[in-house]
Design a protein around this ligand. Structure first.
Ligand code: FAD
Length: 289
């Protein structure tokens, strides 16, 4: 590991100033479950590591705002998200995704913002946040801006955060069409110590709009909508749903060189997980969960 300076600013202004001043030589540290590994293997070699866990604006916590929006502090851990009653009730797919990230030890450290900023195509929280229309709240020298999560991911390891910007919170807006019932599904080679071979979420509302987001089958997570109502309709046959699923999964481009799973297997699993997540979301919507 290359030696680096460790900084632990107490204010957002100090953190932003440090990140802006040091540019590519600085790296944000949250839970460290991705970053420490990369520091150790030398794939990132910053001069300064900026621990943001003392910055009040990034503090862990899940708050409900007027109008039904949920705001999740950047350093909220997977353990907190998986257990939180509001997340379990209103964003069930996210609670399920957070509950299967890594192992207990990883979930106690791993933060939601870290999962998104790491920009792994396999990030488990990304699909559920995409189907719920999540917004990333970023802060930099120019102040605050909001980035729709679908506009946040570029490719593995790269987001649209500007140099010097950090994520302070993730917002989950209330849907304009009542609640979105969601469900998360994934496949891994083994539990607890592996990233997903396929990760997927489905979100459904009372208008029949179905949102499906999936990851680990291309350079970034993908969000697709079914506006025809065919996926959502309880009376739809599997034959009717098949062409819609095919269109939704048309942009999956799994690597043929991955050590985790073959491309053919991932594409087959997308279709299985898509149907399972849809069925769970339908049941949740019907049950008012
Ligand atoms: C054994 C193991 C198992 C794992 N299993 C899974 C899994 O099943 N599913 C899954 O999705 N992930 C998994 N991971 C990956 C990892 O745990 C998650 O991505 C985690 O959420 C990262 O959060 P962190 O707080 O630890 O991030 P860090 O390691 O602290 O940071 C990750 C990246 O994000 C940047 N960053 C962090 N916070 C901010 C911020 N607020 N603003 C700007 N940039 C920021 C950092 O600079 C760094 O580049 C696993 C990791 C390990 C080691």
């Amino acid at each position: 590991m290359r030696p680096f300076t460790y900084a632990r600013p107490d204010t957002l202004a100090d953190a932003v100033a440090l990140l802006a001043e040091r540019g590519a030589e600085a790296r944000v540290l949250a839970g460290g479950t991705d970053l420490i590994i990369r520091l150790r293997d030398g794939s990132v070699r910053p001069e300064v590591v900026v621990d943001v866990k003392r910055v009040p604006e990034l503090a862990p916590g899940i708050r409900a705002r007027d109008g039904g929006m949920l705001v999740i502090g950047a350093t909220t851990t997977m353990t907190e998200i998986a257990a939180h009653p509001l997340i379990r009730r209103d964003v069930a797919g996210l609670a399920e995704a957070a509950a299967v990230v890594g192992s207990v030890q990883i979930r106690n450290r791993a933060t939601l913002a870290g999962n998104l900023c790491n920009a792994s195509p396999a990030a488990d929280t990304a699909p559920s946040l995409l189907v719920h229309g999540a917004v990333v709240v970023a802060h930099g020298l120019a102040g605050e801006r909001r980035i729709g999560l679908d506009d946040f991911f570029v490719r593995s390891g790269l987001t649209t955060l500007a140099p010097g910007e950090l994520v302070v919170a993730i917002e989950i807006p209330a849907s304009g069409h009542g609640r979105i019932a969601s469900a998360h599904q994934r496949r891994t080679r083994r539990r607890g110590h592996d990233l997903a071979s396929v990760t997927l979420a489905c979100g459904l509302d009372a208008t029949g709009l179905t949102r499906i987001a999936y990851g680990s089958v291309g350079p970034r997570p993908i969000l697709r909508l079914d506006t025809t109502g065919v996926l959502a309709a309880a009376a739809s046959t599997d034959e009717a749903r098949t062409p819609i699923f095919e269109a939704i999964f048309a942009d999956a481009t799994p690597s043929v060189r991955s050590m985790r799973a073959g491309a053919e297997y991932r594409l087959a699993m997308l279709r299985v997980l898509g149907r399972r997540a849809l069925a769970t979301a339908q049941a949740r919507l019907a049950a008012g969960e």
